[in-house]
Design a protein around this ligand. Structure first.
Ligand code: ATP
Length: 339
């Protein structure tokens, strides 16, 4: 079953193209993440699904229903925004029940659903409080409760954790992921944070300049990036990219078994070992606790390796590097993966 389907959907404003004609299918019960740099079209895509924008071309289906021209309220979709959008003068329970009251849901049913959702999110004891009497994380939970209480068939979230500090974000990520799995929610989540995307998603949709670069599971997108752009966008430390010419790393005498049309060799920092035959000079190191990032120069090119945090490697020393052939990623002149 498909939760969201785009057929040739595009969105332009005058000469600005926010989304190029796009084909997209997001699975029911899946945690789908729209990921990409600022301005790539993530929010536009989410707003098109919500019905807050109408597409310039194409057809949008939600669970098979053509909703291209349906108003937001008729789509069976709920939405959580970055700023929570809670009513400051209403209590937690009034905020959560607001949508149900508008729809004139029967009082007993409101109370039943309210209690269930507040318990689910650990908000039971806070139901009388006003938003100003809650922490950021609790406010975020109220926003989440409000989205869940409606039992919408699809839940949309636009950077919902970005106002929280790093530690709380981490725990809310785990909570949200667990909740999504428990309720088998169909969820579409926007973020520009690749760690957030990788840790939560069943499926990552990576956008660039209004175009989908790759749709894949976090594992696949990490292990088999479809392009140089994806390779360098995903990963907490960027993938190294070395230019290759005539089966040699440029400006070195290091030979590599490059495919015919390869112009770039990608290697992740964690795939580089300090045993091998490639000469490098250490420029500086960065201690992160668990790891030591070792920044080096191979020929004229910068390269970074991730060593164990306990390793002792001094700047301005010569080292020898190596890597497994299976950890090499090859890209052509267009930046596309050669597999
Ligand atoms: P961010 O991470 O910064 O929120 P995004 O990936 O969500 O970015 P969008 O907000 O979808 O990007 O914007 C995509 C492009 O469309 C941008 O170039 C933006 O300036 C443009 N855009 C978005 N909304 C409008 C609008 N209402 N009118 C004109 N241009 C718009």
């Amino acid at each position: 079953m498909t939760a969201v389907e785009f057929k040739q959907v595009s969105k332009t404003w005058g000469s600005t193209t926010a989304l190029q004609p796009t084909e997209l299918e997001l699975g029911a019960g899946e945690f789908s993440v729209l990921l990409g740099p600022s301005g790539c079209g993530k929010t536009t895509t989410l707003r098109l699904i919500a019905g807050l924008e109408t597409p310039s071309t194409g057809t949008i289906r939600i669970f098979g229903d053509d909703v291209t021209h349906a108003p937001p309220a008729a789509r069976g979709v709920s939405m959580v925004f970055q700023n929570y959008a809670l009513f400051p003068h209403l209590s937690v329970q009034e905020n959560v029940a607001f949508g149900l009251k508008i729809r004139k849901t029967e009082k007993g049913e409101i109370e039943e659903r309210l209690s269930r959702v507040l318990d689910l999110l650990g908000l039971g004891a806070l139901r009388e409080r006003k938003p100003s009497q809650l922490s950021g994380g609790q406010q975020q939970r109220v926003a989440l409760a409000r989205a869940l209480v409606a039992d919408a068939r699809l839940c949309l979230m636009d950077e919902p954790l970005s106002n929280l500090d790093a530690k709380l974000r981490q725990s809310m990520r785990e909570e949200l992921r667990a909740l999504q799995q428990k309720l088998e929610l169909s969820l579409v989540y926007v973020t520009h944070d690749q760690t957030e995307a990788m840790s939560m998603a069943d499926r990552v949709v990576l956008l660039r300049d209004g175009k989908i670069e790759q749709i894949a599971s976090p594992t696949e997108i990490y292990q088999q990036p479809a392009s140089l752009f994806v390779a360098q966008f995903i990963g907490s430390t960027k993938m190294n990219v070395l230019p290759v010419r005539d089966k040699c790393i440029e400006s070195t005498d290091v030979t590599v078994s490059a495919p015919e049309n390869a112009v770039s060799l990608g290697i992740r920092p964690e795939d580089i070992s300090f045993e091998g035959s490639v000469d490098a000079t250490v420029t500086h190191t960065e201690f992160t606790g668990a790891d030591l990032l070792v920044h080096m120069q191979v020929g004229h090119h910068p390269i970074t390796a991730r060593a164990d945090g306990k390793a002792v490697i001094q700047p301005h020393t010569q080292v020898k590097l190596g890597w497994q052939p299976s950890s090499q990623h090859w890209f052509d002149a267009q930046g596309l993966r050669i597999s």
